[in-house]
Design a protein around this ligand. Sequence first.
Ligand code: ADP
Ligand code: MG
Length: 205
Amino acid sequence: MDSKHRKRIAMGVRIAHFPAVKTLDDFDFAFPPSLDQRLVQELATSRFVANGENVILFGPPGVGKTHLAIALGRAAVEHGHPVLFVTAASLLGALARAESDGQLHDKLAFFAKPKLLVIAELGYLPLEQRGAHLFFQLVARSYERSSTFVTTNQLVTQWGTVFGDEVLAAAILDRLLHHSHTILIQGDSYRLKQKRKVGLVPKAK
Ligand code: ADP
Ligand code: MG
């Protein structure tokens, strides 16, 4: 890799604001009992970003959703795409503040601008109606223009609860799922694996 290319990637990674350094190389595919590794490898080509497709990654806590989202986001940076990583909580906080300050239009434009927006941890906190509306506006704006990669602990059937509104949840899902790849990771938390090994946590099942 020449130094110009390396610099460009380093800059892209900085702009993306990944919360940690995670790669596919340090992801242990033998750990999660159920994960479509071929799909993950396909997503690592970043074709989904070039095509403006979305990804929704479902699974319980600790199974590697954020790890994969960072690793695949990084792969997109390496393929030359502008990427931004946010948590759902920080995204909605920023949009709500912008709305209060009369800056919502600019803020929506900011989050819709990257070719790939990664929104992690949707579903841990239920949204108020205002948050659900803001989320809808962002998704509607990005629809068929840029890619959104969502990680969530809630299955689609629970999104009405997450957004506090079945109609809005359906409208959001409709746009996210159209042209999308969905991945489901099932299994135990990787975080607890070490603790389980030394007997601090009982074995699941
Ligand atoms: P989630 O977002 O699903 O709650 P994380 O991606 O934050 O889980 O994973 C929790 C921790 O476990 C992170 O440090 C992550 O790097 C690590 N981890 C999870 N799954 C794997 C795996 N299959 N191989 C290597 N590390 C993993
Ligand atoms: Mg996570």
